[in-house]
Design a binder for this molecule. Structure first.
Ligand code: CA
Length: 404
């Protein structure tokens, strides 16, 4: 229980407590913890109570906090929880609680490297059928390794940031010359992002069983995708300008330990992956995350994360098996989360069969792909301890017209 007056269905209760970077008025950006409709100013309350990490909380990204390591971070979370639980702390803590409507949220992490995987079998099959109708849906390597590519870390933006429709080349018209202009197939991808909090050494591979020592937390992530640019450019080196213009993440990073009750055994993988991607059942965890995609206020899909084929632990092991080292602030994303049913697909590409079967929206309009002014919001929750719910920070963004 908390001494704050929170409604019973409050999405940011004591079992969630995500971290973010906020600024209030002309103040410098710093670390906050979300509780209900409030942000707890950690630097302020640490200064008032003599807690040791006041300087870490005064930083403009979560990277210094994450770098303290999993044991210290668990201590910080327990400290914040106790401040918000014990009635005796109310008088000390209350002056450091800010109404969420009075603060501005910033990008929570300084993104080091950004990798995007492709871990949903349903999504991979659907995309394969659309992009390569004459080939098998899954590439031959798909069930042997979690396929991924390096994205653009510098264009990761915080929830609420407008996304400018990208311009680029599209498949040639009848004269054989590529078309050029604003994308006509701008899409969303509903994904889960994992934030790395610990570095590793060059030449050192992370084992699947060590993944939770390196993953600090989880964000929701929208991998905006220009399908027409992507389709023309992606052979043979993969996505480039069709993806790199913007990737949105939630302002709130949910610590991975908040998802302890949401961990599930990973469904059996056939064929069995190579030994470096294998472990006992607990290391190869799945996550029971219930996601929703909302377009202009209307829910258009409910992707189930627990159906993902590859575990985040396998993604991390694969990402480092060649000796590539991790840095604090690395971000790796799951790839589009799609279930097997139509209303669980995590992209418009799949929901509308590449625009050929537009979605009918409640306002009478139809969407094959996104139009200027459209607002896309991803939300999610997971089972918490003792029947509670843990909330994933939402990520939202509005499409604005191309400036060129
Ligand atoms: Ca993606």
């Amino acid at each position: 229980m908390t001494w704050l007056a929170l409604p019973g269905d409050c999405p940011y209760g004591l079992d969630t407590l995500p971290y973010g970077i906020f600024s209030a008025g002309a103040g410098d950006p710093q670390v906050g913890v979300r509780i209900g409709e409030h942000v707890l100013d950690l630097a302020g309350v640490a200064g008032a109570t003599g807690y040791e990490y006041a300087d870490v909380f005064a930083q403009p990204s979560l990277n210094p906090l994450m770098a303290l390591g999993p044991t210290a971070c668990r201590g910080v979370r327990n400290w914040a929880r106790s401040l918000l639980s014990a009635e005796s702390e109310r008088e000390t803590v209350s002056p450091h609680l800010l109404d969420i409507s009075t603060v501005e949220m910033r990008l929570p992490i300084e993104v080091a490297d950004y990798v995007d995987f492709y871990a949903s079998e349903s999504h991979a099959c659907n995309v394969g059928q659309i992009f390569r109708p004459d080939s098998p849906g899954l590439p031959p390597s798909w069930k042997h390794l979690p396929i991924g590519y390096h994205g653009r870390a510098g264009t990761v933006v915080v929830s609420g940031t407008d996304v400018v429709r990208p311009r680029g080349q599209r498949r040639p018209g009848s004269d054989g010359m590529p078309l050029f202009g604003p994308s006509t197939k701008l899409d969303l991808e509903c994904e889960v992002g994992f934030v790395v909090g610990q570095p590793s050494s060059p030449g050192h591979s992370i084992e699947v069983g060590q993944a939770l020592d390196y993953i600090f937390g989880v964000v929701l992530l929208n991998d905006w995708s220009a399908r027409d640019i992507q389709a023309w450019e992606y052979v043979p080196l993969g996505p480039f300008l069709g993806k790199s213009f913007a990737t949105s993440i939630s302002a709130w990073v949910l610590p991975i330990e908040a998802l302890d009750a949401a961990r599930l055994p990973l469904p059996r993988q056939v064929p069995a992956p190579l030994p470096y991607l294998s472990a006992d059942g607990t290391s190869l965890f799945a996550l029971d995350l219930r996601l929703e995609v909302t377009l202009n206020g209307q829910v258009i899909s409910a992707p189930p994360y627990q159906e993902m084929y590859w575990s985040p632990a396998q993604m991390l092991a694969h990402m480092t098996v060649n000796g590539a080292n991790l840095r604090v602030g690395d971000l790796f994303a799951s790839g589009t989360v799609s279930g097997w049913k139509h209303d669980t697909f995590g992209s418009l590409l799949e929901l509308t069969s590449d625009g050929t079967a537009p979605l009918e929206l409640a306002d009478g309009s139809a969407r094959g792909f996104l139009e200027d002014g459209d607002v896309v919001t991803l939300t999610g929750w997971a089972p918490g301890p003792a029947g509670t719910r843990v909330t994933l920070g939402e990520v939202t963004g509005r499409v604005v017209g191309s400036t060129g």
